[in-house]
Design a protein around this ligand. Structure first.
Ligand code: RM4
Ligand code: MN
Ligand code: MN
Length: 430
């Protein structure tokens, strides 16, 4: 049910024009894969069952920390954001869930919100709490931290907010809570590095204790920003220590932009999975820091190597492997609908390429210490243009073969510019 979004006739009409070329490309790729004993339809099948959630805050041009440059028709309320996320999923058929952020997405009636989402083909993914920003009317300030604050009252307020998020999530049908805190320090000596972590552990333990049985608590680390000398949960080491301390329902979430430059993220993925702590991802890309650029736009090879580890993990861990995949990007130079569709496309393509890796050849070369043969096993898969597979999966599910052209033809943003209130200026989000 996608009533009120883009007309299905327009998608069908646009697809009819692109179908012959897609079928030709798909058949040619099928032949190429046949030679390597890979049935193209089995890969297409895996891509059809793949999905990634989109963040409500990514539907707006949140912008850099520096400024916001809104476009006419940009969504400002959660209701408008749901509509835009509905369009993304309608065209790409790979993003059936949205991940909300509270209190940004607060409403009076969550049952109604759930129904509203369902009406545009969406469900809810991980709930994100926000204790990195003060809210109007709040009694305590997070200026000196939240879950790790030296003040009992501040920690208590932060814990209560997270418990409220769980309660909202239950009503929305979610089953993960993602906790990212900006806690940290700007000066050496400002904070006791051990005690601040202890306070965090005690506070996050109270949140953990309030989790329903089938929920997970996803701990998201970030090296720096807003704190520039030390962050309480700065890296995957602090994250896994906290997750291990808490128990089996606590896992680690890897945001690709939250590491030191050049860190080997695929190795982090392998380590976390080895200890049952790989909880999920925030996909985005970066050149320098937490840039929140479109997934795969800067370093698509890294994304492929991450998926290569994920495919390994999937094969080794069986049904216990269920990381939560989500996009976390927001910037101010494109229409967010276009960016998120293209990110989902690139994420799925990276997965498809990883599925094409000849694992027997890779493992054999690794055992024989044949570095070149091992690298070639990866390179061969990476070099294959899998766009026909992803486009085919999408078209079979009713999505658009050429997503951008179809979206632009639909005049969605222009229509919304007539209906929606203009976005105010001001600073962006973190
Ligand atoms: C943070 C982090 C969190 C997100 C906020 C908006 O840098 O990536 O996941 O909730 O930004
Ligand atoms: Mn994130
Ligand atoms: Mn971030």
């Amino acid at each position: 049910m996608t009533h009120g979004l883009i007309s299905d006739e327009l998608i069908a009409e646009r697809n009819a024009r692109a179908r012959a070329a897609l079928d030709e490309d798909y058949a040619a790729l099928g032949k190429q894969l046949d030679r390597a004993d890979i049935a193209i339809d089995s890969i297409t099948q895996s891509i059809s069952s793949f999905s990634v959630a989109v963040p409500t805050w990514g539907a707006g041009r949140g912008g850099t920390r520096f400024a916001k440059f809104p476009i006419p028709g940009e969504p400002t309320t959660i209701h408008e954001k749901l509509e835009d996320c509905g369009v993304i999923n309608q065209l790409c058929r790979m993003t059936p869930r949205v991940s909300p952020h509270f209190p940004w997405d607060k409403v009076a009636d969550y049952q109604a919100l759930r129904e509203e989402a369902a009406a545009v083909g969406l469900g809810f993914d991980a709930i994100n709490s926000n204790t990195f920003q003060d809210q109007p009317g709040q009694s305590q300030s997070y200026a000196s931290g939240s879950l790790s604050s030296t003040s009992d009252a501040v920690r208590q307020q932060a814990v209560e907010h997270n418990i409220e998020c769980i309660d909202i999530g239950r009503q929305l049908g979610a089953s993960d809570l993602t906790v990212w805190v900006g806690d940290g320090s700007n000066f050496p000596g400002q904070q006791d590095l051990t005690r601040s972590f202890d306070r965090y552990l005690e506070a996050v333990g109270l949140i953990y204790a309030a989790l329903p049985g089938d929920w997970r608590l996803l701990i998201e680390h970030k090296m720096f920003e807003p704190a520039f000398y030390s962050s309480v949960i700065s890296d995957w080491g602090s994250s896994i220590l906290a997750a291990q301390e808490l128990g089996p329902k606590a896992q680690c979430l890897v945001d690709l932009g939250h590491h030191a430059p050049n860190v080997n993220i695929e190795q982090i993925v392998a380590r976390l999975n080895r200890f049952g702590k790989l909880g999920g991802f925030h996909f985005n890309d970066s050149k320098y820091g937490d840039d929140d650029l479109d997934s795969g736009s800067i370093n698509p090879h890294q994304l492929f190597l991450i998926f290569n580890e994920l495919v390994e993990a999937e094969r080794n861990s069986g049904s216990s492997f269920r990381p939560s995949y989500m996009i976390d990007q927001s910037h101010n130079v494109t229409d967010p609908i276009e960016s998120m569709m293209m990110s989902a496309d690139c994420i799925a393509a990276s997965y498809a390429k990883a599925l094409l890796v000849d694992r027997a050849a890779l493992h054999d070369a690794q055992e024989r210490n044949d570095a070149m043969a091992a690298f070639q096993a990866l390179r061969r898969a990476y070099n294959i243009d899998v766009t026909p597979i992803v486009a085919k999966a999408r078209a079979e599910a009713g999505g658009a073969i050429d997503m951008i052209a179809t979206y632009r033809d639909s005049g969605w943003r222009q229509r919304k510019a007539q209906e929606r209130q203009r976005v105010g200026l001001g600073a962006g989000i973190v």
